[in-house]
Design a protein around this ligand. Structure first.
Ligand code: FE2
Ligand code: FE2
Length: 483
């Protein structure tokens, strides 16, 4: 004799909900497609709507209520997550897309809807989605205006909470960044004026950066795209520090090592505050004497760090970075090396971060910064730069082939700004981007985030980068989208 337990009953109920839910999704997809293909009075449309209405009825009769919810990659019917399988893969993708585009996270069917009402709902869902409004309230308004009261639509609450959380993380990152720039400015200007800054303040700033990178790597890296021309001297140091610490984290450094690396990175060019400012900004060619004075900044930096108030609190390793960051792997750089030595790992990391930030920034003698992807390629392929190939490789994995802030053209002819690297090292050319204009060059309002690693129903990638583009040419400020 079979004994049916409460557990079995519950399992049976979930299975029923799933079965009815799957049928409902397939029916929604079929009806949406036929509405798109035929006029409303066409037999195929009518038939699909009748089937949809009865599939909905089925879902309701099982659970008495009907709520469709969409979150991330999942569809829930009455709180039960539907399972994807090969037979319903296409319908799921389309229905997810339909809900997402129209900004609807939850749809409640509050009474049995007629085929006609389903027709209105699906038509409105499609038009709200296509209009780019992406707003559940807008759908609710239009439903009401059409006199359809069988449905209630709401935005995805969880998605809103996610956005809120991300906004908070971004705000914290912006604070850290602004504070670090202010501190660097303070330290550099003190040295310029012959004062002796304190080591403690530097220490505190670096600790904040390390903490921030450890919890929220992406936000801080995004901020390095700001690269304000006027503030180059200060933002450069902060950017190098962020890149170096993020890279150190990737290669498995401990928190203490990251902190030492961070101090060295933030202070790597401190010696420049002892070089006349007009010389550093000179847009014309440098003569031998100018060159001699500029190339003195590594050892001047080392000296400056030794002279800080509370110097013994600063790690010795950090000071070495100031001294070594232009030496190059083959010692062809400066200062010249007389005795044999090996360059510290932190110095190699800072050299890579330094080269990247300098080449992608706008300065007096470099009015046009190079596109980030071209800079990375050059850093990898030009041996004369003397960068450590393993460190460069790790850096490319960190930033992706198309680093955050790169403007790219997609195979749909849309323009997009890169937000973050794909965490899968096999998919470096498929970052997360924000699409800023459609295929005809119209700016999207609001812009749309998407993952280039995403595939369509046919298993093909939905969008692919064809090339990078110059943001100036299109009048686009990439930092507006990234930060
Ligand atoms: Fe330097
Ligand atoms: Fe530098």
């Amino acid at each position: 004799m079979n004994v049916i337990t409460a557990d079995d009953g519950e399992r049976q109920e979930t299975a029923n909900t799933r079965r009815a839910g799957r049928a409902l999704i397939i029916a929604i997809h079929a009806a949406t497609r036929s509405i798109k293909l035929y006029p409303p009075e066409h037999q195929a449309v009518q038939k699909s709507l009748v089937e949809l209405a009865s599939a909905a009825l089925e879902s309701r009769s099982v659970d008495a209520d009907l709520e469709l919810r969409v979150h991330g990659e999942f569809i829930f019917v009455n709180g039960t997550r539907l399972r994807l399988d090969l037979s319903n893969y296409a319908s799921f993708g389309r229905v997810l897309e339909l809900f997402r585009a129209s900004g609807v996270g939850a749809l409640r069917v509050i009474r049995d809807a007629t085929p006609r009402e389903w027709f209105s709902l699906l038509t409105l869902l499609t038009t709200v989605g296509a209009s780019g409004a992406g707003d559940a309230d807008e759908l609710a308004r239009r439903l009401h205006a059409a006199g359809v009261d069988a449905f209630e639509a709401a935005a995805d609450v969880d998605a809103e909470a996610d956005i809120e959380e991300r906004e908070q993380a971004k705000a914290a990152a912006r604070r850290t960044y602004a504070q670090s720039v202010a501190l660097t400015k303070d330290v550099i200007n003190s040295v310029r004026m012959g004062r002796v800054p304190s080591a403690r303040k530097i220490k505190r700033a670096v600790q904040t950066i390390v903490d921030e990178v450890l919890t929220e790597e992406v936000s801080l890296i995004g901020l390095t795209t700001l690269r304000e021309y006027d503030e180059y001297t200060y933002t450069h140091s902060v950017n190098v520090c962020i890149f170096a610490v993020a890279l150190g984290k990737r290669i498995g450094m401990t928190k203490l090592q990251l902190y030492e690396l961070g101090v060295g990175a933030l202070m790597h060019d401190i010696g420049k505050s002892r070089v006349p400012a007009d010389l550093l900004q000179k847009a014309t060619a440098l003569d031998d004497d100018d060159w001699r004075r500029i190339t003195a900044h590594p050892w001047l930096g080392m000296l400056t760090l030794f002279q800080l108030r509370g110097q013994q609190e600063l790690p010795y390793r950090a000071m070495v970075v100031a001294h070594e960051h232009h030496m190059r792997g083959d010692f062809s750089g400066y200062p010249r090396v007389i005795r044999q030595r090996s360059i510290a790992m932190s110095s190699k990391i800072v050299a890579v971060a330094d080269a990247y930030d300098a080449a992608t920034s706008r300065r007096s003698y470099q009015t046009k910064p190079y596109p980030p992807s071209a800079v990375l390629q050059e850093m990898r392929d030009n041996p004369r730069r003397g960068l450590d190939p393993v460190v460069v490789k790790a850096f490319i994995t960190l930033l992706g082939i198309y680093p955050s802030g790169t403007l790219v053209v997609l195979d749909t002819f849309e323009l997009a700004v890169v937000l973050a690297a794909n965490p899968n090292p096999e998919m470096l050319s498929r970052p997360r981007v924000v699409i800023v204009s459609d295929g005809r060059g119209n700016l999207l309002q609001p812009p749309r985030e998407t993952d280039l690693g995403a595939t369509g129903q046919d298993g093909q990638f939905t969008r692919t980068i064809i090339k990078t583009a110059d943001p100036d040419r299109y009048g686009i400020r990439v930092s507006d989208y990234v930060v």
